[in-house]
Design a protein around this ligand. Structure first.
Ligand SMILES: CC(C)(COP(=O)(O)OP(=O)(O)OC[C@H]1O[C@@H](n2cnc3c(N)ncnc32)[C@H](O)[C@@H]1OP(=O)(O)O)[C@@H](O)C(=O)NCCC(=O)NCCS
Length: 190
């Protein structure tokens, strides 16, 4: 086990691009998420983003990205975000680094005034870090329909004092992330 006191988390800059790609490819074992991150970093509708790398000594071992989320077809747009992707290099998984990145990211989002964070992911994992399963039931349908057996995987977490009072409605992502291919569970995309 690594000592979490030796993990440094910081915001990324342009010089970190190669390290981000390495972490994403290694964690997922294919290129799809790395390509998505590259596209999101260049997507103006994703801003303000929060992009963080975790380092163990000088090695980049984990990356997290939060991009802007919107209400579909609404005039008033409180600041909201979507967490995608989260990636920890295989040999560093299940040691708490993902949790550290989620907490650090949410703290920065709170400083920016973001109200709600959404994620589509493992329903056993994200509730450990405050996410509430089945966001659609709480009034936040996903950008594309989620099959019923996965409805708990679409989750939300209020992070501001206003929380859920910020509004309700169907969620739309940044332009890149709102493409339907990111919402299909299709192995052939990899
Ligand atoms: C999923 C992932 C981001 C989790 O990060 P991590 O640093 O390994 O997770 P943590 O150490 O913070 O996990 C803490 C807890 O979650 C559990 N956990 C970790 N990964 C899990 C998973 N895939 N499913 C369910 N539980 C999981 C751990 O067992 C641990 O539980 P415990 O505290 O009760 O022992 C990481 O394993 C990863 O990068 N996986 C490959 C890419 C991926 O699937 N990304 C997520 C896309 S939604």
């Amino acid at each position: 086990m690594i000592n979490l006191n030796n993990i440094e988390i910081r915001k990324t800059n342009q010089d970190d691009f190669d390290n981000i790609m390495i972490v994403e490819k290694q964690a997922f074992g294919y290129d799809k998420e790395a390509k998505l991150v590259a596209e999101l970093l260049a997507d103006r509708t994703a801003k303000p983003i929060v992009s963080l790398l975790a380092f163990c000594e000088d090695e980049a071992i984990g990356h997290i990205l939060f991009t802007r989320a919107y209400f579909d077809n609404q005039k008033v747009q409180p600041m909201m975000h979507l967490l995608a992707p989260l990636a920890i290099k295989a040999e560093y998984q299940r040691q708490g680094i993902g949790g550290m990145l989620i907490r650090a990211g949410i703290e920065i989002l709170q400083e920016k005034g973001s109200n709600l964070v959404f994620v589509l992911g493992h329903k056993e994992y994200y509730p450990k870090y405050g996410f509430i399963p089945n966001a659609a039931m709480l009034g936040y349908p996903a950008p594309y329909p989620i099959p019923e057996e996965f409805s708990d995987c679409w989750m939300v977490q209020p992070i501001s004092p206003t929380g859920f009072e910020a509004g309700k409605g169907k969620i739309k992502c940044s332009e890149e992330l709102n493409k339907p291919e990111h919402w299909r569970n299709d192995e052939s995309d990899r």
